[in-house]
Each structure stands twice: as C-alpha cells, then as structure tokens.
Design a protein around this ligand. Structure first.
Ligand code: SF4
Ligand code: SF4
Length: 342
C-alpha cells in the first residue's frame, strides 16, 4: 500500500522518478491502476515514485509542486491527460526538461514524433522554447487514457528505467519481491478542480494574439516580454475560446472534450489550426473557429454582466488569415464530410 510520508533523499536524487498524477474522480478502477503502477515501479532499482493529486489542479506554492520541483534526474510522468498537456503543466510550474511522449507498445509513433520535431525546428519561425531552451533532463509522459493493459504500462516503465525488454512482467500484487528502488512518496494535498489555459511553448511564437483576445486578464508577460498565463484562475470555467484563435494551436485546455484542444497530437507543429468541433459536434455547426471563439467569449462576457463585443477588427483579420491559409489534408477531409452531409 502507498502510505503518506515525507520526501526522502531517494526521491530527490534517484536517477528516475515516476510521477503518478491521480485522476480527478474517485473511480476505483483508476485508483487501482495508479496503485499497481506505483507498486511495480517502486520495485525497480534506480527508481523512486511520487504520487500526487491531478497535476492540472495543483495549487502554486503547494506541497506537491514543492516536492516535484525538488526532484533531480529524469521523470516518467503517468497521468490521465494527454502527454503534451502533462508536460506543459509541469513546465509552467518550473519543472522543466525535454518532452518525450511515450507511445505505449508502438515504437513507430516515437519515430514519427522525432520527424515532427525535426520539421518544426527547420521552420524559420522562432518558438519560445527554442529561444529559451529547457534543461536536458528527460520528461517521459505516459497517457493512461489509451486503455492498454496494466502490463503494457509497467513494461514500458521498466524498459525506460532498466533498459530491459519485458521478459516476464512483475505481478503488481506480488509483495514477495524485495524493494530495491526508492520509496513511494504520496502527497495527500487537498485540491479543487481548476480551469485555465496551458501554453505549449514548443509551438508558441509569442505573437500575443491570446493576450489581445482574452478580456478577463488571464494572460500577461514576464520580464523578457514573453507570454505567460499570469492569472489562471481568472479564466472562465468550461470556456476554451482563446485556444481557437491561437495561430499555432499552442493553447491547451487539458480537460476539454475535443482532443485537439485538450492537447492531442493533431496538426499543430506546422502551425495550422484544426477546429475538431466541426468533426465532433460543434454547439452550432457551421461556425468557423473564429466565429465560435467570438461567440464563446461573448457568452462569458454576458455571464459576467459585461457587454458582448462580437467579432472585432483583430478577429476579422485572423479570420481572413485563416481563410487564406493553404488547405491541409484534414481540412480536405472536413470538406468532403461536409459534402457528404453527414
Ligand atoms: S496566441 Fe498562441 S502563439 Fe500567440 S502568444 Fe498566445 S499562445 Fe503563443
Ligand atoms: S478561455 Fe476565455 S477567459 Fe479563459 S483565457 Fe481564454 S479567452 Fe480568457
């Protein structure tokens, strides 16, 4: 069983630390998976395990972020949100490194992601993460939503830490195995559900569209005039409007139902914007991304007792820009679906 404890030296300095971000719900099936992964990972030599509440909900200055920030060495982050989302939530809290999404049981996807990175760095547009490189330590992110068997997760974690291919899996409930790795640290911090944008700085070009668009004072800039989410809790719950106007698809709302907005790897690195709401049930289908964003922003302004502003000049320009962009394969797919009148 995981038991609450203080952070050990093992956890701070282990070569690998497995960070388990618990789901927001009390779903016993999810709890069981988290517990089993913690049990198995803690038995691996050279590894320590820390279990924290849902990453996205962690409050600034809280115990979880303090402990995570103190960890040296590589991280394997296991969570119920998309890998991009998990990585950039950590990054915004100063826990930084090189993003490595883990494709469970599919080595080919790793190669694809390398190609995407090469394509992106060949682009002549400066991305914030290129201007301000992150430390070399590795942050591998595993998405528990992919619904693979528990063994697939634990085999992959073992492969990363020990380099061994899975000859035979360690049974999660086999307590006879000696604990040779670090201890399991569990942080029982009280958290509340939050809603705020997370910026993917490997895509962001610091264009400031988002700070101009948001009328709720969420965005700001740091001392180097780089965009940041300054007042996250000013964001209006459930609204993803600014993610639709970002030209680089760099704004993530990890809990949004549309995968593209929640941080799935669709499009993006080439800078094009895909409004998956067209495919997956827009509230009023037919609106483009900019019109949808303007409507969502107006809804929030009215709810806050303020006046709606509609599509202003800045948004009109963005709308024109998007219309003049060359069509990509997914746009063509959307067009053909429209033609089929599904
Ligand atoms: S709109 Fe997107 S690319 Fe531009 S500053 Fe905001 S997050 Fe960065
Ligand atoms: S979703 Fe709305 S309130 Fe929240 S940051 Fe974006 S524009 Fe601002």
């Amino acid at each position: 069983m995981i038991s609450p404890t203080t952070q050990s030296e093992d956890t701070k300095t282990a070569k690998w630390t497995v960070v388990i971000s618990r789901g927001q719900s009390r779903n016993p099936a999810k709890r069981s998976i988290e517990q089993s992964i913690a049990d198995v990972a803690s038995q691996l030599d050279g590894a320590s395990v820390i279990v924290v509440p849902h990453l996205y909900d962690l409050p600034k200055g809280g115990e979880s972020l303090e402990k995570l920030a103190a960890i040296e060495g590589n991280l394997i982050v296991v969570s119920w949100i998309f890998p991009r989302a998990a990585h950039w939530v950590l990054d915004r809290n100063g826990i930084r490194g090189q993003f490595i999404p883990v494709a469970i049981g599919d080595a080919e996807e790793d190669e694809d992601s390398d190609e995407a990175t090469e394509e992106k760095s060949a682009s002549d547009v400066d991305r914030v993460a290129e201007l301000y490189p992150r430390p070399e330590r590795e942050i591998h992110c595993i998405d528990l939503k992919v619904e693979e068997s528990l063994d697939r997760f634990t085999d992959e974690i073992r492969r990363l830490i020990t380099g061994d291919e899975p000859a035979e899996s360690i049974a999660a409930n086999d307590t006879s195995l000696p604990i040779v790795g670090g201890r399991i640290v569990q942080v029982d911090e009280t958290t509340a559900r939050r809603w705020y944008p997370v910026i993917d700085f490997s895509r962001c070009t610091n264009c400031m569209e988002c700070i101009d668009f948001c009328l709720f004072g969420v965005y700001g800039v740091d001392g180097a005039e780089t965009i940041l989410v300054e007042q996250p809790d000013n964001c209006r719950k459930g609204c993803p409007a600014c993610s639709r106007v970002c030209p680089e698809n760099a704004i993530i709302f990890p809990q949004h139902k549309a995968p593209a907005i929640a941080g799935a790897e669709v499009g993006g690195s080439e800078g094009f914007k895909i409004d998956l709401s067209k495919l997956f049930g827009a509230p009023d289908s037919g609106d483009d991304a900019i019109a949808t964003a303007a409507r969502e922003r107006d809804e929030q302004l009215l709810l806050a007792g303020r006046d709606a502003v509609g599509i202003d000049e800045q948004l009109q320009r963005r709308q024109q820009d998007m219309k003049s962009q060359p069509k990509d394969d997914l746009d063509r797919l959307i067009d053909s679906l429209d033609e089929l009148d599904l």
